[in-house]
Design a protein around this ligand. Structure first.
Ligand code: NAD
Length: 351
């Protein structure tokens, strides 16, 4: 397949591009605006591979999106480009509406015009895969069953509301125009190349440097953690086998409280890179909670696992060990980001 993928220089998008180049014969046209969250380094050897083409463009620019479809004539779209950080959406929601809602609208319109012009066989085979989050479902109480594909939407933050809006647009374009689109909603990802403003990289880096480890509230907020390479594999299986109008809820059933996550990072680091000053858990600091902080997310992925014939290869213990090891081995990447491009003092947040 020729896949038009948006946001391929971000955390999850780059993992998908690497997987497409390493494990499949598909070619990929990567549309990325290269915002603060992008890193071309994360493409690794895929960056210069003949089956990968990077187009620096903004998905809100409809004319450019139409031109990209006309030039590259894709068989499928994987739409990952988004503003993705909840705290940033609270400080400045406008860009979230612009990229996540208006950007998805532009891409749908460009895709629809192109798809309408295809010959019947290519038209039937075309897929528009929209990548979304479990945050659109709201928050779970401690004993609630996990989210499934049929959980009603109840977004609580500007980020999750903008993603919910984009999911609704995608389903409307399927039902109204027949565009062969489907949605995947996934839990929290972690792993290599994760931008250092999110909980796991921020805590890992602070712990390596002997700085304080900020934890919101009492640290009891809970997330279901999926290793990013497992997610990339699930997304590629979805674009290959996903059915129009479907939803696939993807998760790992590896729930951990934020405090457990921070303690696990400290434990792995103490083992791989001991600190003469003592165990890193001494650096944990409890700070005022985020406004409207969702208590718990967790996904029942049984439908997606069956339909896509997919299982995550990493449990949390294995994934966090690989992640912490990766941050120890890639110090120059995150030091460069901290020094040149990123001066924010935000807290690390799970999502
Ligand atoms: P990210 O912030 O790391 O990367 C986003 C990428 O999109 C960046 O490369 C950025 O340059 C690009 N981009 C942003 N605005 C753009 C625009 N207007 N035009 C073109 N490119 C633009 O995000 P991520 O964590 O990799 O998330 C990818 C997708 O997966 C998002 O849609 C997100 O909502 C979804 N998701 C993320 C998680 C998670 O845990 N990170 C979980 C579930 C779903």
């Amino acid at each position: 397949m020729r896949i038009l993928l948006t946001g391929g220089c971000g955390f999850i998008g780059s993992a998908v591009v690497r997987h497409l180049i390493r494990a499949t014969d598909h070619s990929v046209v990567n549309i990325d605006k290269l915002t603060y969250a992008a890193s071309k380094d994360a493409l690794e050897e895929a960056h210069t591979h003949p089956r990968h083409t990077l187009v620096t463009a903004d998905i809100t620019d409809l004319a450019t999106m139409q031109q990209v479809f006309a030039t590259h004539r894709p068989d499928a779209v994987m739409h990952l480009a988004a503003e993705s950080h909840v705290d940033r959406s609270i400080d400045g929601p406008a860009v979230f509406i612009q990229t996540n809602v208006v950007g998805t609208f532009s891409l749908l319109e460009a895709a629809r015009a192109y798809w309408t012009s295809l010959a019947p066989k290519a038209k039937a085979a075309f897929r528009f895969h929209h990548i979304s989050t479990d945050e659109v479902f709201g928050a779970l109480a401690p004993n609630d069953p996990p989210f499934t594909e049929t959980t009603p939407y109840d977004p609580r933050s500007p980020y999750s509301a903008s993603k919910a809006a984009s999911d609704h647009l995608v389903r409307a374009w399927h039902h109204t125009y027949g565009l062969p689109a489907f949605v995947t909603n996934t839990t929290n990802n972690y792993g290599p190349w994760h931008f250092p403003e999110k909980l796991i990289p921020l805590v890992t880096i602070n712990a390596i440097e002997g700085r304080e480890l900020p934890v919101y509230g009492d640290g009891s907020n809970q997330r279901d953690w999926l290793f990013v390479e497992d997610h990339a594999e699930a997304l590629v299986r979805a674009v290959e086998h996903g059915q129009p109008g479907e939803t696939y809820a993807i998760g790992a059933r590896q729930p951990r409280s934020n405090l457990q996550v921070v303690q696990a990072i400290c434990g792995v680091l103490d083992e791989l890179h001991p600190d003469p000053a003592g165990p890193r858990t001494r650096l944990i600091r409890y700070v005022t909670d985020r406004p409207g902080h969702d208590f718990r997310y967790e996904i029942d992925a049984s439908h997606a696992m069956r339909a896509l014939d997919w299982q995550p290869a990493h449990d949390f213990d294995r994934g966090i060990r690989r992640t912490v090891g990766w941050y120890l081995d890639h110090q120059s990447w995150w030091e460069d980001i901290r020094a040149r491009r990123y001066t924010g003092q935000r807290l690390g947040t799970a999502a």
